[in-house]
Design a protein around this ligand. Structure first.
Ligand SMILES: NC(=O)c1ccc[n+]([C@@H]2O[C@H](COP(=O)([O-])OP(=O)(O)OC[C@H]3O[C@@H](n4cnc5c(N)ncnc54)[C@H](O)[C@@H]3O)[C@@H](O)[C@H]2O)c1
Length: 319
């Protein structure tokens, strides 16, 4: 199976490639990203280029890709700051990629990483896959248009699309990024590493969260679903867990003690808060669960998975 992963050098893209290589030992994968994919594997080719460039676009049809994961994107904070860049990558390049697929003689599976940013917070909860997209950010708007295009290109048989609306991911290892939700990882990750963290939102704010491990497993699962099982509406809300920021901090305390929690400083940032508070936190994902998508047990399990993966030893009572 030949698989193209746009954004393959990114946080989720690189993890997804690793999971796909482990899942299907016969798979060959191309990562298309502005930077080199960090994974070394004989079955992986790393194309370095910008998805907006005609040169790299022209390379795609030379391989008959059975599946395409479209993950390349300008994340929420950057797309809000730079409207032109956000629309060029998140909307125009998505449309171009769909046109490249349409020109193929076969119908590739296309899995699109969308986001709960397509919704508004004041919509009646819980939301489900029939809830209308009403984004309140430029990032969410571009993702919502991408979703509609994928539904229509699938209806016409140009692609076999699946839209996965990802919950906010926590805990993301590494350094903070330009996503408005970056703090949702930083308030756990930095204190566990003995570093200070800043929380820009009201601790009462509820978020729809998933661990990276669960999101990646669900993206791999999206590849295997039969189109008929999904139905005409190709948009799915990946399962998450509704968690208040204060509950995240409580889970940190149970995992690493009061000393870790004391490293969090609360400094509200109205610009970040306005966007993050517009992302809804309660969903009914029974249909997605019936399709076989997985869910984290609770936020304690998310913190434990992060500690295990990064090798941070478990907290012993009295530490
Ligand atoms: N991480 C989250 O919490 C989250 C939540 C919802 C949706 N998503 C979506 O999941 C996808 C992956 O997110 P991530 O967290 O891995 O982001 P990321 O920023 O780590 O990765 C995105 C990758 O896309 C690449 N890219 C950006 N513009 C490009 C272009 N013009 N041409 C080629 N490559 C380009 C970047 O170099 C980067 O490696 C994105 O589409 C994002 O919108 C992520």
């Amino acid at each position: 199976m030949h698989i193209l992963v746009t954004g393959g050098a990114g946080f989720l893209g690189a993890r997804l490639i690793q999971a796909l290589l482990a899942h299907d030992h016969g798979a060959t994968i191309v990562s298309l990203d502005r930077v080199v994919c960090p994974i070394e594997d004989a079955r992986l080719i790393s194309w370095v280029g910008d998805l907006r460039d005609a040169g790299i676009q022209a390379e795609i049809p030379d391989t008959r890709f059975d599946a395409i994961y479209h993950l390349a994107a300008v994340v929420s904070g950057e797309a809000e700051r730079d409207f032109d860049l956000g629309m060029a990558v998140n909307l125009d390049a998505t449309r171009t990629l769909l046109e490249i697929c349409r020109a193929q003689s076969h119908t590739p599976r296309l899995v699109f990483a969308s986001s709960v940013a397509v919704f508004a917070s004041d919509m009646p909860a819980p939301l489900d896959r029939y809830s209308a997209a009403q984004p309140q950010s430029s990032y969410g708007t571009a993702k919502a248009i991408g979703e509609l295009l994928i539904n229509d290109y699938s209806r016409r048989g140009f692609i076999d699309g699946v839209v996965c609306r990802l919950p906010t991911i926590s805990v993301r290892p590494g350094r903070p990024n330009q996503a408005t939700t970056s703090f949702a990882s930083a308030i756990i990750r930095e204190p566990l590493n003995g570093e200070p963290a800043s929380c820009p939102v009201d601790p009462d704010l509820a978020m729809w969260l998933s661990s990276p491990q669960t999101v990646v497993a669900n993206l791999v699962h999206a590849l295997t679903l039969h189109g008929d099982a999904i139905g005409a509406l190709r948009t799915l809300n990946l399962p998450g867990i509704t968690t208040r920021v204060a509950d995240m901090v409580s889970a940190l305390e149970r995992s690493a003690g009061a000393e870790a929690v004391a490293r969090i400083e609360y400094a509200r940032d109205p610009a970040i808060e306005a966007i993050v508070a517009s992302f809804p936190a309660r969903f009914d994902t029974r249909r997605e669960a019936a399709l076989g998508f997985d869910q984290d047990r609770d936020f304690d399990a998310v913190v434990a998975a992060y500690r295990e993966e990064t090798g941070i030893p478990a907290h012993a009572p009295g530490d």
